[in-house]
Design a protein around this ligand. Structure first.
Ligand code: C2E
Ligand code: MG
Ligand code: MG
Length: 617
């Protein structure tokens, strides 16, 4: 055989363009499909090589379906198929073989075995599918092969339509398996694979007298983040959470996404509840570290329910419901924590859907009511505003606080009509108090992210305002930081439109969630409501006092007012006054009250708010 560059020599390595390389391994660590044997980096012979060399090459490698022949410049020149070629030599023209004739000469002399098969030209970055399509389009019969070259005449190898087809089928099958068993967003196992592994783990546990733990993990307030920050942000958050769960779990645990913001962790071979609870503890702690997404830092918390096999249930499906029920207990008792299943816990799913149906009914039957909590001006000791807070007067369960239904109202979208009702009712009440001759007050109304995202939100607001006849300047919308912390200019436009309609805007629960304050200058905000978590026990926590002082100073420099929320003691009131807050709201002054009680409270002079202030001052 004539000398060929090592690149083209028998057994040598051919360059394969990047798109021919196997795709990166899927995140579960399985190997992706390989290209070996497809566009095989096949041995090639020189046109000037002896026939005997070509023959030997064929004999030596039985898997070789065809042999490329390259010219003096190493460009592809022809392809010879195994069967006609071998037949040719072994029967009629053995002398050609042993006469050491050059392959080029031989092929020119015998066009019948070199059927002028032109190399197949593909783009340099052609994919496996492209090559297959081209090959099968050109050669309708199965089992055909082709010498594949790029447009710039670079020899790529030999493609066999049969092998290509089976590889494409194999890949499709892998892809289908992957799609069916792994979550497309996070790359971790999905519900199907999780259930499979759970069933298997339970069977094994039964056989070997072992235990299996199941953690049901739900992201707190994910819906709000997703609605207010946009879906790309929400997706990034879910991926980051999946990553964090995997980091905390052991290598042998299965971390899966069940759907939405629900994850589950399967722990095989555990030493009782302690192992599961210590993982849950690690997860809760790990979430204290902020997560960075799209240049923003954000903190989220998890609610985790734990169930154990076989103690809590011997049926794998029921075990999941029990972990779910335990998770729901965590949700209803303030989120951000974990709990093991205890008999008697209701199932979240059935609870959730029945709650949704009940909420719909409550809206139709007028079961909602608003109560009002005063806000006190700290300089004058006078009530200057109230916040409208929704309550559900449940026919059998009594008075329910928003914590037990707002999240479901948000998830189900019912918060939109409920929010419409709240705004209309708050405006109606304000007018009613005005008619009764009570001092004029500002009315704070909480707006949920989903409500705010309705394209016709501003239009609806204007309609309600004009229907009720209230002075828009007396209405203040309480938004959250995450709702306005958007780059989207649409949010800014909307805030400006609301301002133009005359309403005031405040940022509720200020200080939680985001670390960047730069956005405050960009938005037409009037007031910051410092979150209760900074106010609680502030007289004993100098760090929190410093934070409140810094927020108040920043607010002053931006001409914003500051309300301290959740003031319960005189000591706390003293500190928030000293830190420079303008107003305070909290149980110390008054709990949220019915409209009539609030009217009485106002007539009684606000339960001594002014005296209290004089004392702490
Ligand atoms: P928020 O807007 O931050 O409202 C303040 C919450 O703190 C109220 O709880 C209030 O009762 C409570 N609070 C006030 N002072 C104190 C205090 O001194 N100590 C303690 N421990 N708590 C105090 P509530 O009424 O249970 O409302 C909880 C949350 O539900 C509200 O937080 C708000 O985010 C949401 N919410 C209430 N009404 C509505 C509504 O009409 N629409 C929407 N979208 N959300 C609402
Ligand atoms: Mg509020
Ligand atoms: Mg608040």
């Amino acid at each position: 055989m004539g000398s060929l560059p090592s690149e083209c020599s028998v057994g040598g390595v051919l360059r394969i363009p990047p798109r021919f390389l196997p795709p990166p391994s899927p995140p579960n660590g399985r190997n992706g499909p390989t290209m070996v044997g497809l566009l095989r980096p096949a041995p090639a012979v020189s046109r000037l090589a002896c026939c005997q060399d070509a023959h030997e090459t064929f004999l030596a490698d039985l898997s070789l379906i065809a042999l490329p022949v390259l010219d003096e410049a190493y460009a592809p020149w022809a392809i010879i198929d195994r069967h006609p070629f071998m037949e040719f030599f072994s029967r009629r023209y053995r002398r050609e073989l042993f006469g050491h004739r050059s392959l080029g000469f031989f092929l020119e002399q015998h066009p019948e075995i070199n059927p002028a098969r032109m190399p197949m030209v593909v783009e340099a970055d052609a994919s496996l599918d492209d090559v297959a399509e081209q090959l099968m389009g050109a050669h309708p019969q199965p089992m055909t092969s082709a010498l594949v070259v790029t447009r710039d005449n670079r020899y790529l190898g030999i493609a066999s339509s049969h092998e290509l087809l089976s590889e494409i089928t194999r890949r499709k099958q892998e892809e289908l398996y992957y799609l069916a068993h792994y979550d497309a967003l996070t790359g971790i196992p999905n519900r199907m694979l999780f259930t499979d592994r759970l069933n298997q783990a339970c069977r094994e546990a039964l056989r070997h007298d072992r235990e299996v733990a199941l953690l049901f993990v739900d992201v707190d307030r994910f819906k709000q983040v997703n609605d207010s920050m946009g879906h790309a942000f929400g997706d990034g958050l879910l991926c980051a959470i999946a990553q964090r769960l995997r980091e905390c779990a052991r290598e042998s645990d299965t971390v899966a996404r069940l759907g939405g913001d629900e994850f589950a962790i399967l722990m095989d071979g555990v030493r009782g509840r302690v192992d599961a609870e210590s993982l849950a503890q690690r997860l809760v702690q790990a979430m204290r570290e902020p997560i960075r997404i799209q240049e923003r830092e954000m903190r989220v918390s998890l609610s985790i329910g734990i169930a154990l096999y076989p103690q809590d249930d011997r049926d794998a499906g029921a075990l999941l419901s029990k972990a779910d029920a335990a998770m729901y207990e965590v949700k209803t008792s303030g989120r951000n924590g974990f709990r093991s299943f205890e008999p008697g816990a209701s199932s979240y799913c059935s609870e959730k859907s029945s709650l949704e149906a009940e909420l719909k009914r409550a809206l139709d039957h007028g079961e909602f009511a608003l109560c009002y909590q005063p806000q006190i001006d700290l300089a004058r000791g006078m009530p200057v505003g109230v916040e409208a807070l929704i309550r559900w007067v449940h026919p059998s369960r009594g008075l329910l606080a928003p914590g037990s239904f707002i999240e479901i109202a948000e998830e189900s979208g019912l918060i939109v009509p409920i929010g419409d009702w709240v705004l209309a009712e708050a405006c109606r009440q304000l007018q009613e108090w005005n008619r009764q001759g009570l001092p004029s007050l500002r009315m704070g109304v909480n707006i949920s992210a989903l409500q705010f995202r309705q394209p016709d939100f501003v239009k609806r607001v204007k309609q309600v305002l004009s229907d009720s006849g209230v002075d828009p300047a007396c209405v203040e919308f309480e938004l959250t930081e995450s709702m306005v912390m958007q780059k989207a200019s649409a949010v800014l436009d909307m805030l400006n439109e609301l301002k133009a309609a005359g309403v005031r805007l405040s940022l509720d629960d200020f200080g939680t969630g985001f670390s960047s304050l730069g956005y405050l200058t960009r938005f037409p905000i009037d007031r910051l409501k410092i979150d209760q978590s900074f106010v609680r026990g502030v007289d004993r926590m100098p760090v929190n006092a410093s934070i409140i002082r810094a927020i108040a100073a920043l607010a002053r420099s931006l001409s914003l007012q500051v309300v301290a929320e959740g003031v319960e003691t005189e000591a706390e009131l003293g500190v928030v006054c000293e830190c420079g807050c303008d107003e305070s709201q909290g149980y110390l002054h008054a709990r949220p009250m019915s409209p009539d009680r609030l009217a009485d409270w106002l007539r009684d002079g606000g339960n001594g708010a002014a005296d209290r202030l004089r004392q702490v001052a």
